[in-house]
Design a protein around this ligand. Structure first.
Ligand code: SAM
Length: 349
């Protein structure tokens, strides 16, 4: 029989691993907080009163920052958390981690450019729908290691038809990334989410803001700019499970458009049966209705995609890299927030 002490040990291990593996090098604040929690039985005991799925560091820390926890060392955080635990607990119970990262459009764009338009985009697991607007952002693809300002030549710069966007996505590329010469023509778009967030709702935007790690100020600025763009013409989002809703949405897309169903950082939320069901649906929609399936997910998350990866991957690629796949075949490795893209094959034209 498992005891509460076992649960506390599990939680401590989880927070220690988060500090040492996930946060190290990316957030000194979260590394300090997670390491502090791992060694703090009193705080662990509070966290262990939450349902198991809501004990994860990302959710607890985001909830704390949503309510104003001071960033910095563990001592000040602990004092704040102890005084404000009731609010943090309530937010952990009512909210989920659903980071919306428009930077991921930079990983999707070269694959989208290979699909004949005009396009009807359907994003499953859309959060607030900011990745549904790839035609409203500017892009700068440049060689890895080049500075953001001077890296890409004119050939790697893309802007919307009406001029440069306030959201400029820099992406360091390696391999023969087929950067398109223009942004895709998107004539219709819609998203599905279990809990769609509303760009017009300040509390939803504040939650998206809190989900971004403390030191990632560039991502925070990008989120705010993308929200402003989305507010001018918000994408349609339907509430529900992607497996239940995707076919009906495909049926609504205009007949003259090529439908691309895509997702980024979503399938990890599904169990194996849910992933298999979705892959089978996409395979059938591809065969029967020429729907394309574009995924940007962890290496082993999309059924069948890992088997299409080359045996030898670039030395620099990390196991945290996402795999961009089109219709079940791996095309590229992507940094999880779209900051870098490595194309796996030859340029197809
Ligand atoms: C990490 S967020 C990613 C959001 C967005 N795709 C991006 O990359 O910025 C994952 C989203 O998937 C949604 N989600 C998870 N499981 C889902 C399901 N079965 N059906 C629909 N949406 C789901 C969550 O609610 C959340 O908004």
């Amino acid at each position: 029989m498992r005891t509460s002490t076992d649960a506390g040990a599990d939680t401590a291990v989880r927070y220690r691993a988060f500090a040492e593996v996930e946060a190290r090098g990316l957030s000194a604040c979260y590394e300090a907080w997670a390491a502090g929690v791992a060694d703090d039985p009193e705080v662990i005991a509070r966290i262990d009163r939450l349902p198991p799925a809501t004990r994860q560091p990302n959710l607890v820390f985001s909830a704390a920052r949503f309510h104003g926890a001071p960033t910095g060392g563990y001592g000040a955080f602990r004092a704040w958390l102890t005084a404000n635990w009731a609010a943090v607990e309530q937010t952990c119970r009512s909210h989920a981690t659903q980071t919306n990262e428009p930077g991921r459009c930079a990983a999707l764009l070269p694959a989208l450019g290979g699909v004949r338009g005009p396009l009807a985009l359907i994003e499953v697991g859309a959060s607030a729908g900011l990745c549904l607007l790839p035609d409203r952002y500017s892009y700068r693809y440049g060689p890895a290691g080049a500075s953001a300002a001077g890296g890409a030549g004119a050939a790697g710069r893309l802007d919307p038809l009406d001029g440069p966007s306030p959201v400029l996505l820099d992406c360091a590329v390696t391999g023969a990334v087929p950067v398109p010469s223009r942004l895709p023509l998107v004539v219709w778009r819609a998203g599905i989410d279990l809990n769609p967030l509303d760009v017009a709702e300040p509390a939803d935007v504040a939650w998206l803001d809190a989900l971004i790690w403390p030191e990632h100020d560039d991502r925070r600025a990008r989120l705010r700019a993308a929200v402003q763009i989305a507010r001018r013409d918000p994408p349609r989002l339907v509430r529900g499970d992607l497996n239940e809703r995707v076919e009906a949405l495909v049926a609504e897309a205009p007949a003259h458009a090529t439908v691309v169903v895509f997702h980024t950082a979503v399938l990890a939320y599904l169990d194996d049966a849910g992933r298999d069901r979705f892959a089978a649906t996409m395979g059938r929609l591809h065969r029967e209705r020429a729907v394309h399936w574009l995924a940007n997910e962890g290496r082993t998350v999309v059924p069948g995609v890992a088997e299409t990866l080359p045996v030898t991957l670039p030395v620099a690629s990390g196991s945290a890299d996402f795999v961009v796949s089109l219709d079940g075949r791996a095309l590229a490795l992507a940094q999880p927030h779209g900051r870098a893209l490595h194309w796996l094959g030859e340029r197809s034209g």
